[in-house]
Design a protein around this ligand. Structure first.
Ligand code: MN
Length: 229
């Protein structure tokens, strides 16, 4: 084998709840709008958009969250995170849970909303708004062999003790098996991939000094302190 000219980057890993083992994070896919944000809103016919974050944006959801540079609108989006254990392309929805999903976590799709709005207006890419360092905190993963496949249960987020987001996993417009199937028609999924499944209504800005708490029932919960820039 050829020698590396630099030491290869260490893999990003996520803790696995209840064990000393870790999950190697490959790629991070994020699903766009996938809950009703207003009463009576109908499910669009088209599947939601998806985008990516680098694996390096994944950090444990604990301790300090640095307020990122270059923004004045640093926003929280609480999401159910799906971890892929077996890859594949053109996965049938009926096979997603049985064969491909390894486990679940609670995560944050942190977003620089001002930069995202600028990108939307300019017709430009979203990476500056979505792919910054520490942009994807996650709780430890719960293996499906232990926790099953959650179809319902609360997903919530509070800032300084005031609830901002609350929904039920049953409210997902496109359920998890459909999302896995959809992504696998565009990209061959690989073991280690994470999928952030969209956030409920109530997204909003964070300030330095805020304490952020959130979670998904039966999967995980976290507390984070937003660090003064
Ligand atoms: Mn999101």
């Amino acid at each position: 084998m050829a020698a590396f000219v630099l030491p290869p980057p260490a893999p990003t890993t996520l803790a696995v709840a209840g064990t000393d083992a870790v999950f190697p994070v490959g790629r991070v896919f994020c699903i766009g709008r996938n809950y009703r944000w207003a009463a009576g809103e109908t499910r669009p016919d088209a599947m939601p958009a998806w985008f990516m974050k680098p694996a390096s944006a994944v950090v444990p959801a604990q301790g300090v969250l640095p307020y990122p540079p270059g923004t004045t609108d640093f926003c929280h989006e609480i999401e159910l995170v799906v971890a892929i254990g077996q890859g594949g392309r053109d996965i049938a929805p009926a096979d997603a849970e049985a064969r491909h999903i390894w486990g679940y976590a609670a995560g944050l799709d942190l977003t620089l909303r001002d930069l995202q709005q600028q990108a939307k207006q300019a017709g430009g890419p979203w990476e500056a708004a979505k792919a910054f360092d520490h942009a994807a905190p996650c709780t430890p993963l719960v293996p499906a062999t232990v926790g099953g496949h959650p179809r319902q249960g609360a997903i919530w987020l509070a800032v300084n003790g005031v609830e901002r987001q609350r929904a039920d996993l049953a409210d997902l417009l496109w359920p998890v098996p459909e999302l896995v199937a959809m992504l696998s028609r565009s990209v061959a999924l690989r073991p280690g991939d994470l999928i952030f499944t969209g956030t409920p209504a109530g997204v909003g800005p964070l300030q330095a000094g805020d304490t952020l708490a959130g979670g998904v029932a039966g999967i995980g919960q976290f507390t984070l302190h937003v660090h003064t820039p």
